[in-house]
Design a protein around this ligand. Structure first.
Ligand code: DX5
Ligand code: ZN
Length: 225
């Protein structure tokens, strides 16, 4: 994975057909997805359960782009190797998930993955100031994590702060939650380069009718141009 700050759309398969992940991933990549965002939830750190490392391993062969795994679990450390074995390219842990995020990021890189750190809406940008040398991606949550299809919470001020803090370092700023053609330009203008979108990408389409996926992705891109 080479680093560049061009705008990338990362559809979240949380909004896909859970009985058909392989075909959904292939369809959305054929329709222009840059990365595939994979939401892992444990029913403890967040009030919902999605799936774990076994599912990630099963879908990995269907991903040609980048497997961007967002862990909404606590603890994280005991599971890092399982997600490395599953083939995650990027593994993102929440700063709120435990007392030793510094160690977690070291362990993620140590296991051969890119390391991401996610911030809940209530968590200030400064929480990651001393983690930047260990970080490849900062995920700014624009909803309280746990569910797809929630309303966007405006975090543009936080994105601006992070963009300044990051400077020339090769660190992505990813936005997750409530991204659509209306909200996307706000965060892109503030400095974000990776847009996760679940409902806004998968709405109206299916594996047998994938064209809406492409139209939805293009609508987000065009709104930000
Ligand atoms: C929220 C997840 C998001 C979610 C985004 O807990 O981390 O990735 O799937 O879904 P939308 O785009 O529908 O808000
Ligand atoms: Zn996510």
């Amino acid at each position: 994975m080479t680093f560049d700050r061009s705008l990338k759309i990362a559809p979240s398969i949380l909004a896909a057909d859970f009985a058909n992940f392989g075909a959904e991933i292939e369809a959305v990549e054929a329709q222009g997805a840059d990365w595939i965002h994979v939401d892992v939830m444990d029913g403890h750190f967040v009030p919902n359960i999605s799936f774990g490392a076994t599912t990630c391993a099963a879908i990995r062969p269907h991903i040609k782009t980048v497997m961007d795994v967002h862990l909404m679990i606590a603890p994280v450390d005991p599971y890092i190797d399982a997600f490395a074995d599953a083939g995650a390219d990027i593994l993102t842990a929440h700063v709120e998930a435990g007392p030793h995020i510094h160690r977690t990021l070291q362990a993620i890189r140590g296991a051969g993955m890119k390391a991401g750190v996610a911030l809940n809406p209530g968590t200030p940008a400064q929480m990651i100031e001393h983690l930047l040398d260990l970080t490849d991606l900062v995920c700014v949550m624009t909803v309280n994590p746990g569910f797809g299809g929630q309303k966007f919470i405006d975090m543009t001020a936080k994105v601006r702060e992070l963009r300044k803090m990051i400077g020339d370092r090769p660190i992505h700023i990813e936005i997750d939650g409530g991204v659509d053609p209306t909200t996307a330009p706000l965060v892109v203008e503030a400095g974000a380069d990776i847009l996760v979108a679940g409902s806004a990408v998968f709405k109206g389409g299916s594996v047998t009718n994938p064209a809406p996926y492409g139209a939805n992705i293009r609508a987000i891109r065009t709104a930000c141009a």
